[in-house]
Write a protein that binds this ligand. Structure first.
Ligand SMILES: Cc1cc2nc3c(=O)[nH]c(=O)nc-3n(C[C@H](O)[C@H](O)[C@H](O)COP(=O)(O)O)c2cc1C
Length: 263
């Protein structure tokens, strides 16, 4: 074989190898792009489903006695986070003066407000499963009828679910703790455990959901300091009585009461 023929064969072999490599490379690039694209849509639809599920299931089934749009929250204050931490105390003595709707809006937002277009909230949640629901037992708020309202964080609204002042009944359910009756409002945190246990099993029930309610209540404590209001959390109460007073669905359990009033 002369040199020119050898050169020709080598050149053809090289061209063949390069062609094969390019085809493989192209396949990898296509597979990788499809993978990235697919994962993006899976994550996006998962996040959408979390938001939509809670929104539609929880709020469409409530009988609408009254819907109140809450004032926009204020994101600036003259109280630093350090000052709020320093001054946070459980307060059980309140003036017999009303809260404003602005203050109620701010407190609810601190507890469970939505702070991100993907549905994330002021308080962290295991796997963003958001098991908590939030009720306001209104006794003394300017321009707001006494009754029980449910917070809808998606639309910054409260929905009236029960008429009348329920503070006394709630105080009785909480072993006659008088601040539950004397405060302006009580927040009641409840949980739908399945939202978290369906993903995390028993660990969701014995740990995660209870950790979450602690995060939310602490947010309210700090927000209360910033608004110059007093608050205390209440863990001592009869679950069945609170369930009855608030007319809670079977799959919702009361976890914490938080009394709030003016100093
Ligand atoms: C899980 C838990 C349950 C509580 N339950 C009640 C309660 O039923 N009644 C009450 O007056 N305070 C209750 N508290 C408030 C504590 O008494 C209070 O946090 C403690 O005395 C420390 O005071 P500080 O919050 O001012 O730091 C509870 C606190 C926690 C964390």
């Amino acid at each position: 074989m002369n040199i020119t023929v050898k050169k020709l064969i080598t050149r053809y072999i090289l061209i063949f190898i390069m062609f094969q490599l390019r085809r493989k490379l192209l396949k990898y690039i296509i597979a990788l792009s499809l993978g990235i694209f697919g994962s993006f849509f899976i994550v996006k639809s998962f996040l959408n489903s979390i938001t939509k599920k809670h929104n539609s299931v929880q709020y469409s089934q409530i009988p609408l006695v009254g819907v109140i749009k809450l004032p926009e929250v204020k994101l600036k204050s003259d109280c630093s986070i350090e000052e709020a931490l320093l001054k946070r105390r459980s307060v059980r003595d309140y003036k017999d003066e009303p809260l404003t709707l602005q203050e109620v809006s701010q407190l609810l937002w601190a507890a469970q407000g939505i702070t991100d277009p993907r549905g994330f909230r002021t308080a962290p949640s295991a796997g963003a499963t958001y098991p908590l629901e939030l009720y306001v037992v209104v006794g003394n708020v300017e321009g707001l009828e006494k009754g029980v309202y449910k917070y809808n964080p998606y639309e910054n609204k409260i929905v009236k679910i029960l008429d009348g002042d329920k503070r006394r009944e709630l105080a009785v359910a909480a072993l006659y703790q008088e601040w539950v009756e004397k405060c302006a409002i009580n927040l009641v945190f409840t949980a739908v455990y399945e939202r978290t246990t369906s993903r995390y099993g028993g660990r969701g029930r014995v740990r995660y959901v209870h950790m979450e309610v602690g995060h939310a209540a602490q947010n309210v404590y700090l927000q209360a300091v910033s608004l110059k209001l007093g608050t205390v959390v209440i863990g001592a109460f009869y679950d069945d009585q609170v369930k009855k007073i608030l007319n809670l669905p079977d799959n919702e359990e009361p976890l914490y009461i938080q009394s709030i009033g003016r100093l």
